[in-house]
Design a protein around this ligand. Structure first.
Ligand code: ASP
Ligand code: MG
Length: 406
């Protein structure tokens, strides 16, 4: 039995007409003698609406109840799509996460998939063409509903593709693949035909929103090729995300990721002694605030400054936590801003060949873009710049690294 796993994002199923369109795409596949497992997101915007509703009745919604509530968004889509498939003579059944055997830990709101028991799915596929599975959800040892975190349906799809031993996992969305840069900000941006897992992970964690970073992680670990395609432009080939070894052309910048707005905190006059960094970052970790770029200046007179960035949504919370830290460690003071963004260039083999960093800085200099923080990984260079310079920086770098040609 050949099984294909395909996933449709929220914007692809945002209304009844779009659901009908999606059903036709699935029909085409089902007529081709394959069994299709479809994973769906909630109809575009509906998860946000459910969260807003919860916040209307409670300032801190009970996490267990919130997960059950949020899981309903995906259930709505799965039932509607299955009904439509039946209408066009495709035998289909919808399954919730728990019915599909998607077992997770019990971390509500950010649960991780531990195991998938595919028995029910396989059984249904014996006499059905299609099984439609509600994404983003699973169940804990207590049989409680859990959700995987925002954007988690991608992870559901990849995990199912692995568990069902599919050849690939197709992710349908509203753009034509992974772009060299955000096409809304850079009109020369083009979809990549291929990109490696590591590069995709760096793109996803530094701002590219096309696919959930955890889904890329699961794909990388299990060598599952991912194909990102546009639901509304089926003739476009899309992007294949796969192992580097299959790729040519690895020694160059592959793409530019950005964040329009991030939070930046500087703690000044920090006593420079062992344990200080840990006193600053431990409380942030305990408050569940991921910290991004970190720089510590070399100290003068045993005092130093520590600067770090956090997601814009986390800034308020991070300031509150860090103000306490300033007192406990005896630092001078703290300042913060959310007037900055980040721009990253990403490409395998970049930092092992000289010249990329210099070219990036030179390019930003010629556009009079001031760099506030620089951070690097083996395959990425990130500059934090004023948020009004992000677009200029993206376009200048796209030209400088000739990303408009393949
Ligand atoms: N509906 C969830 C969200 O909006 C999960 C997903 O779409 O992947 O985050
Ligand atoms: Mg999504």
């Amino acid at each position: 039995m050949k099984i294909e796993v395909i996933k449709f994002g929220g914007s692809s199923v945002a209304d009844a007409n779009k659901i009908k369109h999606v059903a036709n795409i699935i029909k085409e596949k089902a007529n081709n003698n394959v069994k299709v497992v479809v994973v769906v997101s909630a109809m575009g915007g509906s998860t946000d609406k459910l969260i807003a509703l919860a916040n209307e009745v409670s300032q801190e919604p009970n996490p267990r109840e919130l997960d059950v509530l949020l899981s309903t968004g995906e259930i709505v889509t799965s039932t509607l799509l299955s009904m439509q498939l039946n209408t066009i003579s495709i035998q289909s059944i919808s399954l919730t996460g728990i019915q599909a055997g998607i077992r997770t830990d019990d971390a509500y709101g950010r649960a991780r998939i531990s195991e998938i028991n595919t028995g029910r799915i396989i059984k249904e596929l014996k006499n059905k063409d299609v099984v439609v599975i509600a994404g983003f959800q699973g169940f804990s040892d207590e049989q409680d509903v859990t959700t995987l975190g925002r954007g988690g349906s991608d992870t559901t799809a990849v995990a199912l593709a692995v568990a069902l031993k599919a050849d690939t996992c197709e992710i349908y969305t509203d753009v034509s693949g992974v772009y060299t840069a955000d096409p809304r900000l850079c009109n020369k941006a083009r979809p990549l035909t291929q990109i490696g897992y590591e590069e995709m992970l760096e793109m996803a964690t530094t701002g590219a929103k096309v696919i959930h970073s955890r889904a890329v992680e699961v794909a990388a670990i299990n060598h599952m090729p991912l194909i990102v395609k546009n639901t509304f432009e089926l003739l476009q080939k899309g992007t294949i995300i796969q192992s580097e070894s299959n790729m040519e052309n690895i020694n160059k910048v592959r793409g530019i990721a950005h964040q329009n707005q991030v939070g930046k905190i500087t703690i000044k006059g920090v006593p420079d002694k062992p344990g200080i960094a840990s006193s600053v970052f431990q409380p942030l970790a305990e408050a569940n605030i991921p910290v991004d770029t970190i720089v510590q200046n070399s100290s003068t007179e045993n005092l130093t400054d520590l600067t770090f960035t956090v997601a814009n949504e986390d800034l308020k919370k991070a300031i509150k936590v860090s103000e306490k830290t300033v007192k406990t460690i005896g630092a001078a003071d703290l300042n913060s801003t959310n007037e900055v963004g980040s721009v990253s260039i990403i490409g395998t083999g970049m930092t092992s060949s000289p010249g990329y960093a210099a070219r990036m800085f030179q390019t930003l200099f010629t556009k009079k873009v001031n760099i506030e923080i620089i951070s690097t990984s083996e395959i990425r260079i990130t500059c934090v710049v004023h948020k009004d310079s992000v677009k200029t920086a993206i376009n200048a770098l796209h030209d400088a690294f000739e990303l408009d040609v393949e």
